[in-house]
Design a protein around this ligand. Sequence first.
Ligand code: SAH
Length: 347
Amino acid sequence: MKKDILSLLPEELASELEALGEPRYRAAQVSRWLARGVRSFEEMSDLPRALREKLDERYMLNRPSVLSKQVSALDGTIKYLWELRDGNAVETVVMSYQYGNTVCISSQVGCRQGCAFCASTIGGLVRSLEPSEMFDEVLFSELDSGKKISHIVLMGIGEPLDNFDNVVRFLKLVNSPSGMNIGMRHITLSTCGLIERFDDLASLDLQLTLTVSLHAPDDETRSQIMPANRGRGVDALIRACRRYYEKTGRRISFEYAMIDGVNDTEKHARLLVRRARDCGAHVNLIPLNHVEERRFKPSTQGHMKAFMKILDEGGVNYTVRRTLGSDVDASCGQLRRKMQKDPAKTI
Ligand code: SAH
């Protein structure tokens, strides 16, 4: 089995090349080629031919190819569907903001968390992504779109903390100066609340932003729409958030998708105020994106207004997320689902 060269950290690549009898500067040379998106060792034209052949014998270099690309006519959001080496597909979205371009990447093919409103989890988990595959979601989005990527959010398909080691390695790769040199403070990791991993993440002291998909402040509602809450509970989640904040000094954000008649009552709003205060969290309110297979509907304007009034009165910091790319299925697994049902539709 050949080793995946793109998943090696810079220092690992350097010591492997040294073990092959190569001078130390070779690692930087190879990294530069990898970060340019070459698809074969053959293309690394300033390396001696013998070395290129040696690399080809020992390492694999798999790059994704574009299965479909949709550009929003409304706001320029680009949605890619990439084909991976084993034929699986994942989605990446590029969004442009005033402060730069953000890429939203997937961390797994499918998802096993079972959130009742989300399209990504409908077919379950197929497999986790390799560090190299996540790295290439960022790199190839930049190369193909011509938009310099400044920010990354792990809010595509999959649960990043269910693929912990590979995600951490990906973060180091994308942060490294020989990788894409994207600052950790420009990276957001979103989780459904796998709290047993929070301390591990905090202890790495990465300075990234941790976002928790809360979506309900009480166990009854949360366990109903997010199976990951069962056996963990909101109290424990809030305690884990507070510990994370105290340990890292990094404020946590809550994602809160407003679902009509499910989590948008005044009672929910009042409890959310308490939850946010208990761990100093910022709240992102998101109008639910309608998913074809799901019965949930977004909250009405009236309910959203009443909800926000309570957050205002409670002194909670919140923002209402703009919806981008709604005409290109740019939310959570919708494009991959469509592809599985009707491959002709999106190519
Ligand atoms: N598994 C991670 C990251 C992927 S989902 C997590 O749960 O956070 C990224 C965000 O989109 C999460 O907050 C998720 O709850 C939210 N989301 C999923 N389906 C949605 C929908 N139909 N409308 C709005 N937000 C949705």
